[in-house]
Design a protein around this ligand. Structure first.
Ligand SMILES: [Mg+2]
Length: 107
């Protein structure tokens, strides 16, 4: 059995589910509320990142990952608002820019 096809299908199903959840959140709370939530979650991630640098015991891997995922959910909603294609295009352009600016050797 071709497992790569099954993985692609699962990936698409997961993406579809993510899209539907994000759209439902935007429908229920509205764009402005989700932008406010984005600010809140980015702030929580900033705080835990600062605690990590200060070697705080609160900055466990679990706590950090939890805050990263919170932001990822909001970023996914931004994909719905602004369009996955443009964000993906700019994301990859930014990666290329970083490779050049930082003179990275990528294999
Ligand atoms: Mg959070």
């Amino acid at each position: 059995m071709d497992n790569s096809h099954r993985t692609d299908t699962e990936e698409l199903n997961n993406r579809s589910y993510s899209l539907r959840v994000c759209q439902a959140l935007l429908d229920k709370y509205g764009v402005d509320a989700q932008f406010l939530k984005l600010i809140e979650e980015c702030n929580e991630l900033s705080r835990i990142a600062a605690k990590k640098l200060m070697r705080s015991e609160e900055a466990t891997a679990d706590n950090i990952v939890h805050e990263i995922v919170d932001v990822m959910v909001l970023i996914s909603q931004m994909h719905v608002i602004f369009g996955r294609e443009i964000l993906s295009k700019l994301y990859h352009a930014k990666l290329q820019e970083l490779v050049v600016i930082h003179e990275l050797k990528i294999e």
